[in-house]
Design a protein around this ligand. Structure first.
Ligand code: FUB
Ligand code: ZN
Length: 633
């Protein structure tokens, strides 16, 4: 049974900080990404997404088609774009965007085979290769993304066309894997979580059965991918079928204990598992999710909520291997971690999940986007050193500035769909209780009839005011980082008990509840088990991790150290700085340059002020040094 239900995409209207980002998605990211997908944007990687659908339609009609273009999972970029458009339309109707989306959906529908198969890579050509390479070919992954898009578009606009297409596709997959008993499970998990959305949106019980099937059969036969490989004479990249940790299939998922392998795949899988656990009241499955959650957040996660620390396979490394400069920390992986956290909340209302959700959101997810909404980071290092980052063989992946697009473009449209659906992570409900998981300002209408208006300057100010219409209980998360907080109802202080990170306050029509959190900047120290961070500290305020950039510190941050014993000054909110932010100024030292590569004389240190800006805003002033973790004194 779900402890918290998701709110509808139409339930939240944003303003404030969330509103600014949702507007960026609506006004810049969705239109820009549309042009990219149509190959109309200048100076970017070609996408080929629209033309792939057009060509798949032609191939099905027996007309001459151009070859497929792009990654084997190129279709998923269209799906994520539709999903983002859907959430955006739910909040702000836009007939032009709806028309563009409908047109794309028409192309997709025309690219669906009679039997329900839908994937342009194997429709334009190579039909005989369908379903022969679950390890690498991403057919189930692309189907999953399009199912998510279909549900979002249906819930947002009431239009069923894409939902019907994807129900037909789900039936095709059901026939193959359930009725015909085909072996195998997704190389890249995604469809599991999507099938659960389909089950709820379309009320199709085959979707629930299929989600459960893919989750339960994963790892029962770890040798499946090897057998599959032996039967085919082609490959995409030549992934190793017996790297069970990497493929997350060494054991049935219920027995898995460590978060391993490709980070995005892992968190998409765990999201599906956690969703299934709450949907079917499966406590054993939830216990597995909880172990995997703990493996991530206690041993394998960056302070920025980034996960998957190694470029090798875009994967989790071993415990405590969290280097800053070579971090991979893919934007999609942080988004997936937010998905996982939100589904964990549906099993157990516990502030820990909201804490991680906001850690990932305010830091890694937002760092993935340039302020103009037209350039994106895929990789999110916690230290960037022009000259080495992006250049040295070990650092090639760690770019110093955001490109406009990628040949593998999973992250940009993923960020769009996440931001445009932020309300669904921020708020939840169950019976007469409404939950405030994240402090995002705007208006929320719950299905139980209650309405909340949230007013706050968070994450730069720490007063959050809820104005209530209707009656019920509000459950508000108290973040772990706020040592002190006060709550006030209609002007009088109240002290509700904290239950697993939430306070519960009975409210009636017209009530105002005010939460004041502690916005004192704080230095955070790493576990001594993280070798890359020995002797370092980072500066945080609220959910924001701050970083030190050359642009604010005379160009050079690697010769700086910080004195955490000294007070940190919080700057005025500056609307002109990086789209509007507050600088923090700490006391520290600058080491004078050494003579030569090595020297036996200790460097001289001069006291100085050192300035920090939120990590999510780094890299918006050209190439420059950046550091999150600073040497102490
Ligand atoms: O494989 C599909 C997507 O591309 C993954 O989720 C990303 O990590 C990137 O590899
Ligand atoms: Zn990505």
């Amino acid at each position: 049974m779900k402890t918290m239900e998701r709110i509808s995409p139409k339930a939240y209207r944003s303003d404030g900080f969330a509103g600014k980002y949702q507007e960026l998605v609506r006004k810049e990211m969705i239109p820009y990404q549309y042009r990219v997908l149509r190959d109309e944007a200048d100076n970017t990687e070609r996408s080929g997404v629209f033309s792939n659908y057009i060509n798949a339609g032609k191939a099905l009609r027996g007309e001459k088609a151009e070859p497929f273009y792009g990654m084997v999972f190129q279709d998923s970029d269209a799906a994520k774009w539709i999903e983002a458009a859907a959430y955006s339309l739910a909040a702000v109707p836009d007939s032009e965007l709806e028309r563009e989306t409908d047109e794309l959906i028409d192309l997709i529908a025309a690219a669906q085979d009679e039997d329900g198969y839908l994937d342009t890579r194997f429709t334009i050509s190579d039909r005989e290769k369908r379903w022969t390479n679950l390890l690498e070919a991403h057919e189930l992954y692309c189907a999953g993304h399009m199912m998510e898009a279909a549900c979002a578009y249906y819930e947002s606009t009431g239009k069923r066309k894409l939902l019907d297409v994807m129900e037909k596709n789900a039936e095709h997959i059901y026939r193959r894997f359930i009725e015909d008993g085909a072996e195998g499970y997704p190389g890249h998990p995604e469809i599991e979580l999507a099938l659960l959305k389909m089950y709820r949106a379309a009320g199709n019980s085959h979707c629930l059965e299929l989600a459960k099937h893919f989750i339960d059969c994963r790892g029962v036969d770890p040798g499946y991918y090897e057998k599959e490989k032996e039967k085919r004479d082609w490959f995409v990249w030549g992934n190793n079928p017996v790297d069970y940790d990497y493929q997350q299939n060494g054991k049935p998922v219920r027995e898995q204990t460590d978060a391993t392998g490709h980070a995005v795949r892992a968190v998409y899988l765990y999201t599906g598992m956690a969703d299934l656990a709450s949907e079917t009241d499966d406590r054993e499955l939830f216990a597995a999710c909880r172990r995997l959650w703990e493996s991530i957040v206690n041993k394998r996660m960056y302070i920025t909520g980034g996960i998957g620390s190694t470029v090798h396979g875009e994967a989790f490394s071993v415990d405590y291997d969290l280097p800053s400069d070579t971090a991979y920390s893919e934007t999609c992986a942080a988004i997936g971690l937010m998905f996982f956290a939100s589904r964990m909340l549906e099993n157990e209302v516990n502030g820990e999940y909201g804490d991680v959700m906001e850690q990932a959101f305010y830091n890694t997810v937002l760092a993935g986007i340039q302020l103009d909404g037209k350039r994106f980071f895929y990789v999110n290092p916690l230290e960037s050193l022009p000259g080495i980052s992006g250049k040295a063989p070990t650092h090639r992946h760690a770019l110093t500035t955001r490109p406009g697009w990628y040949a593998c473009a999973c992250c940009p449209p993923n960020a769009s769909r996440l931001i445009s659906s932020l309300g669904q992570y921020a708020y939840g409900e169950k019976g007469n209780t409404v939950f405030c998981n994240l402090y995002v300002s705007g208006d929320v209408t719950f299905s139980n009839g209650m309405k909340l208006r949230c007013e706050t300057g968070y994450p730069y100010d720490f007063e959050i005011r809820y104005i209530v219409s209707g009656e019920g209980i509000i459950g508000i998360r108290i973040p772990h980082w706020s040592e002190k907080y006060t709550i006030n109802k209609n002007g009088s202080a109240i002290s509700p008990e904290i239950n697993k990170g939430y306070v519960y306050i009975p409210v009636s029509d017209g009530d105002t509840v005010r939460l004041s959190l502690d916005g004192t900047p704080r230095f955070v120290y790493p576990s001594e088990k993280i070798p890359a961070l020995s002797g370092k500290t980072s500066l945080c305020r609220g959910p924001l991790v701050y970083c030190f950039e050359g642009a604010d510190n005379g160009g050079d941050v690697i010769s700086l150290s910080v004195d955490p014993a000294e007070e940190v000054r919080v700057g005025e909110y500056d609307g002109e700085l990086l789209g509007g932010t507050r600088r923090l100024t700490a006391k520290g030292y600058r080491r004078e340059p050494q003579k030569g590569l090595y020297s036996s004389s200790a460097p001289k240190k001069t006291p100085c002020d050192i300035c920090a800006v939120p990590y999510c805003l780094w890299g918006n002033r050209g190439e420059n040094q950046m550091r999150v973790w600073m040497d102490i004194r």
